[in-house]
Structure formats: structure tokens, C-alpha cells
Design a protein around this ligand. Structure first.
Ligand SMILES: Cc1cc2nc3c(=O)[nH]c(=O)nc-3n(C[C@H](O)[C@H](O)[C@H](O)COP(=O)(O)OP(=O)(O)OC[C@H]3O[C@@H](n4cnc5c(N)ncnc54)[C@H](O)[C@@H]3O)c2cc1C
Length: 356
């Protein structure tokens, strides 16, 4: 089968690799450079997503918890387990028992993944690990395990595996139009016909369909998430509960620096994605609310933003919370949403969906 994959983020790269392993002839088209958009602007966690448990997404969490181990086994030089602490304060956003129950469920869903189990740390132990954490009303912290990665390098590693399996990866090639009926793919270079076209253009997936006159049963809400990099080497991660919101904030090791993220802001156009002043102030304010060694604007080393395409069904509003959707329309397969962590299993599902 001849397959065109549109988009060179992690979902496109993993899809190209999966089809190539399956013995198909694959062309991947990326308008810029591989791994240059959302997939290198993530929080850099290979994780199940503890927060998704609150929404009852147990299947998704279980899948992601197993997938993170796959990445670590494949590329231990670029992905490693990381312990994260969730400080619990008296009268905090979530009660101690609730966080504890969440960690126990997380561990249960991770059974067989080879990760250590979560545990409770008393306030003294927490402050030993995070000496600048504010102690007032601190009860202690739950520690749990996930993994961190170099999203850019790990994606390039996967692209190399795709190439070795025979996929042709065309960078700086924009797909202008697609035709689900004939399989025609028009690029700013040549036009060719394919048995299957996989639209994995991430936040741009809807734009490509609109340009091609193709309608989908799904609609995307584009939500920007921003991060800042600040000085300070950390051995562990910390999850802060944002006051007055259900949101959380990650404080993570990033080499010899610290990564803070993220935000959730609606964005109309996927191009020109950058953190706003308000988002940077929000990240700093929430960090400073919990730590003594305050961060000032001038301490910020760098910042970046990515766009999460959140899938909503045009007909079924309950589908809005789904993490990813694979939609088949003739020769076209649209992939909407998804997580970095689950890109391998998503790619396998796309190959399966393309078979009949
Ligand atoms: C702020 C934030 C934090 C996140 N953190 C995590 C995390 O810690 N862990 C996790 O598992 N997931 C995380 N995610 C989710 C994860 O980053 C995404 O699910 C994943 O990167 C999406 O990859 P993608 O390949 O679908 O999209 P992208 O990486 O955006 O790739 C799409 C590609 O398509 C290309 N393209 C678009 N249109 C065309 C065209 N017409 N022709 C050719 N090429 C085209 C673009 O240039 C782009 O490179 C996060 C997401 C965000 C926004």
C-alpha cells in the first residue's frame, strides 16, 4: 500500500514508522522541520496523567502508563523515570485522602509497568527535598512516579527509526490539498496519488481539511499551553495545586535548570504561537505562592508554547473530553488530538484502521 502521512510531529513520525514496519511504502510530508511544533513544546513528561483520573479516563491513563515504559526501554538515554511530589496543605485544593486515593489507583493501573509505587512523605522530608517550599500549613506530600524525556531528541530518534524502516521523510514540504476519494496529495512540490492519506497535522489538521473542501464530524478547540525555564537544578519534580482552580502546575528538572508549566488559553490560529505576558505572570505568581526563593521576570531564561487540539464532536458533546479520535473518510484517515506518550499506540491503531 502507498501511504502519505501529513505532519512531522511525534504522531506523524510514529505513524510513518508503524506503516513502514508493516511493509507499506510511506511518504511523510512536513511543512517545516521534523518535531518543530507541538511535539517539542510539551511538558516533556511520559505520563499517564494523574489528573485524568478525576475525569474517569481510566482506560486512557492505563494505556499511557504502560506506554511510558516502552519509551524508556527503547531510548533510556532520552527518557527516564522521575519522582514527583504533590505537597498537601491543610485546607488545600484537594484533600489528602483524595490525592492518596488517586495515587493508589494510578499505581494499580500501572501494574506491570515496572515503576516504583507512590508513598507519603512527612513535612520534614518534603522540605529536605524542596528546601524553599513554604512550610506554613504543610502536612506533607505524596510522591508518585512518572517519566521525563527530551521530547525533541526522542522524536528525532523515532524519525531515524522510521527512516531505517524505509519511510521517506520530506521536510519543508507543505501539503496544500488532499482528495479523500482519489487519494491525491498536492504539495508545493509534486502531486502524487496514495492508497491512504493520514492527516496528522496536529493543530493544523482542521485547516488542511478546510483548504481541501473536506468536512469532518469533529471540531477542534485549540488551547495554548505555555512554559518558562528558570535557573535551578532539581532532582525531583513537584506538582503544585493552583489556588482556586482545579489546575495543577509542574515544576520539573530540565537538565541543570527548572521547567514551569503550563497554562490553558484559547487560541484562534495555530500559527504565531507564543506565551503571553499574562501566562508568564500566572506561572511566576503560582510558583512564588508556594516557594520562598521567588522568581522575578528577569530570571526567566526562556519560554515556549504549544497548542493542544482538543477534540469535540459536532453531534455528541460528551465526546469533547476524548483525548484522540481516528476518523476514516474513504482513503483519508484523520487523527485528532492525542498525547506524546501514547503516540506509538495511536500509530498502531491508525495502521489497523487503514486495513479495511
Ligand atoms: C503545552 C502542552 C504540553 C503537553 N505536554 C505533554 C506531556 O508532557 N506529555 C504528553 O504525553 N503529551 C503532552 N502534550 C501533548 C503532546 O505534545 C501532543 O499530543 C503531541 O505533541 C501532538 O503531536 P502531533 O504530531 O499530533 O502534532 P505536532 O507536533 O503539532 O505536529 C504536526 C505537524 O504537522 C505539520 N503540518 C501542519 N500542516 C501541514 C501541512 N499542510 N503540510 C505539511 N505539514 C504540516 C506541522 O508543521 C507540525 O510539525 C502537551 C501538549 C501541549 C500543547
Amino acid at each position: 500500500m502507498k501511504v502519505a502521512v501529513i505532519g512531522g510531529g511525534i504522531n506523524g513520525v510514529m505513524t510513518a514508522w508503524a506503516f513502514a514496519r508493516h511493509g507499506d511504502s510511506v511518504d511523510l510530508f512536513e511543512k517545516g522541520r521534523l518535531m518543530s511544533a507541538t511535539s517539542r513544546s510539551s511538558t516533556k513528561m511520559l505520563h499517564g496523567g494523574l489528573r485524568y483520573l478525576e475525569h474517569g479516563h481510566f482506560g486512557l491513563v492505563r494505556e499511557a502508563l504502560q506506554e511510558r515504559s516502552w519509551w524508556i526501554r527503547q531510548a533510556p538515554q532520552l527518557a527516564s523515570p522521575l519522582e514527583l511530589l504533590i505537597p498537601i496543605y491543610r485546607n488545600g485544593e484537594r484533600a489528602k485522602w483524595l490525592v492518596g486515593a488517586g495515587i493508589r489507583l494510578y499505581d494499580l493501573l500501572a501494574t506491570g509497568s515496572g515503576f516504583p509505587r507512590g508513598r507519603w512523605y512527612g513535612a520534614d522530608e518534603v522540605v529536605e527535598r524542596f528546601p524553599h517550599l513554604k512550610r506554613d500549613q504543610l502536612l506533607g506530600a505524596y510522591g508518585y512516579w512518572d517519566a521525563c524525556m527530551d521530547d525533541y531528541q526522542l522524536g528525532l530518534w523515532a524519525a531515524e527509526r522510521a527512516r531505517e524502516s524505509g519511510a521517506r521523510l520530506h521536510e519543508r514540504t507543505t501539503v496544500l490539498k488532499i482528495d479523500p476519494a482519489t487519494g491525491e496529495v498536492s504539495t508545493d512540490g509534486p502531486i502524487a496519488c496514495y492508497d491512504r492519506i493520514v492527516n496528522v497535522a496536529g493543530p493544523w489538521a482542521e485547516k488542511l481539511l478546510a483548504r481541501s473542501g473536506v468536512t469532518s464530524a469533529y471540531r477542534l478547540d485549540l488551547i495554548r499551553g505555555s512554559h518558562v525555564v528558570v535557573p535551578g537544578k532539581r532532582e525531583q519534580g513537584c506538582v503544585l495545586q493552583v489556588s482556586g482552580e482545579k489546575r495543577i502546575l509542574f515544576v520539573l528538572p530540565l537538565g541543570d535548570k527548572t521547567l514551569l508549566g503550563t497554562t490553558e488559553v484559547s487560541q484562534a490560529d495555530p500559527d504565531h504561537c507564543a506565551p503571553s505576558d499574562e501566562e508568564i505572570n500566572y506561572l511566576i505568581a503560582n510558583y512564588n505562592r508556594c516557594f520562598f526563593e521567588v522568581i522575578a521576570r528577569q530570571d526567566i531564561i526562556s519560554s515556549f508554547a504549544g497548542i493542544r487540539p482538543i477534540v469535540a464532536s459536532k453531534t455528541d458533546f460528551s465526546a469533547a473530553s476524548r483525548e484522540s479520535v481516528i476518523e476514516r473518510q474513504g482513503r483519508l484517515i484523520n487523527v485528532f488530538g492525542g498525547k506524546w506518550t501514547t503516540s506509538r499506540s495511536l500509530a498502531e491503531a491508525v495502521v489497523t484502521k487503514s486495513q479495511h
